[in-house]
Design a protein around this ligand. Structure first.
Ligand code: ADP
Length: 614
């Protein structure tokens, strides 16, 4: 009785265990796999109620007829070999719809003595786990795909031995290696990294957990068989598992070699220009468009005797001679308006010695794309010694020409007396010699006159004896006189020009200079044309020749002191390069304008104009 009681108790607890177990349990009996028993879990898996107990499996679950389970169950029933399924997909009905669910299960034979009488089922649902794994796998795949198309070089190094677990194509290419390196230790795959800091940095991350980020690391890599230097923007970040332990390092890199090299090149170029500027004997500078100094070399600071940070507040008007300051403002404003370079001699006070020093200042505008001036670049050259020498030379020339003039005047007088006396005695031959002597003395006097004029101009001592006179008449008189001493035909076209207020002799000197130049620089022609025209409130004089002409870029220079276009043709066209300089000074001081139009090889028209007075 006690035994029966014990058995009953065991059976009851087994039945309770069966129904409450957290796994699905079922027993199928006989060939037809009649559902002998199924706990709630299994019924839930199958989405059925108790009514299916006692039905053959396929009758209870017709939806599994086409799936693999009946076959497996039959096999277990026939062979007695248990079957273990892991993460097996089952299509089961839920709310009238077939859906995929995943199970781990064991089908085991049920024996009665030696005979198989049924099959037991133990099953757990693993759908969530499988779907989770699937998602993880998919996201890993997506990550890798993304990494493959990334512009960044990406790799994952696993464990402290730094096994290359993953490397995208970009990374393999940057290493100059093939896919074969994936799976290898980093040290073996890229031996040239030995001696560079990266292994140490990577291993440190395993210890410290601190990521490493560098914008511009130098890396030596063997690419195309050659050890080359690259620059990479690098990040190494620790990857942690669910327990927070670092299991790998994610490496991302961007090749910035070109960027770094072009920046280095630009820096070198800047340095080179700075060195160049510093090695120059001149003061070199740039200003912004307003004329505020931005860059300058040491020479500037030395001259001003100031430190670099004092430069922005330095008041140049204090050291520039007042009249030069006015002139600088005028010339600079004009250059700004005309968007052109300028050149100007200015006196700056040398604070170190308390004296004004002459500087030749040259400035060139630099333009934006839309041709507005964005800055000025310039140099200032100390020409003080040159100025002193030039002044000494002028003094010497002044004295010498003055001293030469007196004996020449007597000589001219004697030559004229001699000529007259010889003619009187009928000695025509020697009288001609005396006349030639006189012509040469005239030439010499004119040369000395020019030298004297220049020294007067340079020292500001040229005085104009201004009177009112008829301009057209002066031209006619001067031309008539000049026609006497030349074989050239001086054609003359004049119109009533009006009265001008100027130094008559000096203006005549300009007209003579223009005509004699026109004749001198026209070797193969025989005529020049002189014109007097009335233009607005001015009277305009011009001499047109058909001679050698002047190159376009030299046209404005011919009015400078000692300037000669045909410098190397001194024997063909002798001269001092002073006539036009003197002419320009005379015209400008008489409030007139002077200019030249010329075509090289075709001829020139030298012109000046003077204001007409009422
Ligand atoms: P010089 O004739 O004594 O050299 P100028 O001052 O009169 O000096 O002229 C300066 C330069 O201008 C000359 O050397 C010459 O090269 C050029 N020049 C002047 N007039 C003419 C001209 N009519 N045709 C061509 N070149 C000229």
């Amino acid at each position: 009785m006690k035994k029966i009681l014990e058995n009953t108790i065991i059976l009851e607890s087994l039945t309770s265990l069966f129904s409450q177990a957290p796994v699905g349990l079922a027993i199928l009996m006989g060939e037809n796999l009649v559902i002998e028993n199924a706990n709630q879990q299994v019924l839930d898996f199958w989405q059925k109620g108790n009514e299916i107990i006692g039905l053959p499996l396929l009758e209870a679950l017709p939806e599994i007829a086409t799936q693999e389970f009946p076959t497996i169950l039959n096999e277990v029933f026939e062979t007695g070999v248990a079957f273990k399924g892991s993460k097996v997909k089952a299509l089961l009905e839920k709310d009238g719809v077939l859906g995929a669910r995943y199970f781990d299960f064991i089908y085991a034979p049920v024996y009665s003595g030696d005979k198989i009488i049924g099959v037991s089922i133990v099953a757990t649902e693993v759908t969530d786990q499988v779907l989770g794994e699937k998602k993880l796998h998919e996201s890993e795949l997506r990550f890798k795909e993304l990494m493959e198309i990334s512009d960044y070089s990406v790799a994952i190094f696993k464990g402290e031995d730094l096994y290359i677990e993953f490397a995208n194509d970009q990374m393999i290419k940057s290493w100059g290696k093939t896919r074969a390196v994936v799976g290898q230790k980093l040290e073996e795959a890229i031996p040239e990294l030995e001696g560079q800091p990266f292994f140490q940095i990577l291993r440190n991350i395993f210890q410290t957990g601190e990521p490493y980020i560098a914008t511009e690391d130098k890396v030596d890599l063997v690419v195309d068989g050659i050890l080359q230097q690259f620059y990479y923007s690098i990040s190494y970040r620790p990857l942690r598992n669910a327990d927070g332990e670092i299991y790998a390092i994610l490496n991302m890199g961007l090749n910035v070699t070109e960027l770094v090299e072009s920046r280095q090149k630009a820096q070198n170029a800047v340095k080179e220009y700075r060195d160049l500027a510093e090695s120059m004997p001149q003061i070199v500078w740039t200003t912004d468009k307003e004329g505020v100094f931005v860059n300058f070399n040491e020479n500037m600071l030395k001259f001003l005797n100031i430190e670099k940070d004092e430069m922005p507040n330095f008041d140049f008007s204090k050291i520039l001679s007042p009249e030069d300051f006015v002139q600088l403002k005028r010339v600079w404003a004009k250059a700004e308006e005309e968007k052109s370079k300028f050149e100007l001699e200015l006196r700056f006070l040398d604070i170190n010695i308390g004296e004004y020093i002459w500087f030749l200042n040259k400035a060139t505008p630099v333009f934006d794309e839309d041709r507005t001036i964005k800055k000025w670049i310039g140099t200032s050259t100390n020409i003080n010694d040159f100025k002193i020498l030039a002044a000494q030379k002028d003094t010497f020339l002044g004295i010498a020409s003055h001293e030469l003039k007196t004996p020449l005047t007597s000589l001219k007088l004697y030559a004229q007396v001699l000529e007259r006396m010889l003619r009187k005695t009928g000695d025509e031959k020697n009288a001609e010699f005396a006349k030639k002597m006189d012509v040469q003395i005239i030439k010499l006097t004119s040369l000395i006159g020019d030298l004297l004029d220049v020294t007067k101009i340079n020292s500001g001592k040229i005085y104009l004896n201004e009177i009112q006179f008829d301009f057209e008449k002066l031209v006619i008189d001067t031309v008539e006189e000049q026609q006497l001493s030349t074989d050239f035909k001086i054609e003359i076209h004049t119109e009533q020009g009006g009265m001008v207020f100027a130094d008559r002799d000096r203006v005549s000197q300009v007209i003579t200079n223009f005509i004699s130049n026109a004749i001198k620089y026209s070797p193969n022609t025989e005529h020049v044309i002189v014109r007097v025209e009335s233009v607005e409130n001015d009277v305009q004089f011009s001499v047109q020749d058909f001679g050698i002409g002047i190159p376009e870029d030299k046209k404005d220079k011919v009015f400078e002191q000692y300037y000669r276009v045909s410098g190397d043709e001194q024997t063909t066209f002798p001269g001092l390069g002073l006539g036009l300089f003197i002419s320009a000074q005379i015209v400008e001081r008489s409030k007139g304008k002077i200019w030249v139009n010329s075509i090289l090889g075709k001829g020139s028209s030298f012109c000046f104009s003077l204001p007409v007075v009422e």
